[in-house]
Design a protein around this ligand. Structure first.
Ligand SMILES: [Zn+2]
Length: 140
C-alpha cells in the first residue's frame, strides 16, 4: 500500500465533503475514520493521483477491496463499478426514505451488491440519520 501524502489525503476528503463517495455516509456519522481508496487499485496499476482517489468509509472500502468490476445480478454481464471521479452518484443511485440505496443502473447494481450497501444494519443506520437531517446524496 502506497503512502498517501497528507496534503493529497486532505484534498480527497475536502473534495468529498467528508462523505464516503460510494454510500454517501458522512465521516461524522461513522465510528471509523474514512479512508482514501484507489478507485483503480494499485495492483491494476492505478496510480496515487487525484483522479484515481476517492474517500470511502471503512465498510465500503473493505468490501470493494481491489475490485474494479463485478457481475450484474440482473444480466450476468461483467460491469464496471461506480467510478466516483467519472460518474455522478445521483445518476446511479437513489437513496430512499427507508435508508435503502436503490441502484438505478447496472453500475449501481454491481456496486451496491459488492459493497454490501444495503446490509440491514447499514440501512437501519441510514434510516436513523434520515430522521435527524437530510441524508447524503441530497444536494441541499
Ligand atoms: Zn461507504
Amino acid at each position: 500500500m502506497t503512502y498517501i501524502p497528507e496534503a493529497l489525503r486532505r484534498l480527497v476528503a475536502e473534495r468529498a465533503g467528508d462523505r464516503c463517495e460510494y454510500c454517501q455516509m458522512h465521516e461524522d456519522d461513522t465510528f471509523f475514520t474514512h479512508e482514501v481508496d484507489h478507485i483503480y487499485a494499485e495492483k491494476h496499476d492505478g496510480p496515487t493521483v487525484e483522479w484515481n482517489l476517492c474517500l470511502a468509509c471503512a465498510e465500503c472500502n473493505r468490501n470493494k477491496g481491489s475490485d474494479i468490476c463485478s457481475l450484474d445480478p440482473e444480466t450476468g454481464n461483467v460491469v464496471a463499478l461506480f467510478h466516483p471521479r467519472r460518474d455522478r452518484w445521483a445518476d446511479h443511485f437513489l437513496r430512499v426514505d427507508t435508508g435503502v440505496i436503490e441502484p438505478l443502473t447496472a453500475h449501481g447494481r454491481v456496486t451496491a451488491r459488492l459493497l454490501r450497501m444495503n446490509r440491514l444494519d447499514l440501512v437501519a443506520d441510514r434510516a436513523r440519520l434520515i430522521a435527524l437531517r437530510p441524508y447524503p446524496g441530497e444536494e441541499s
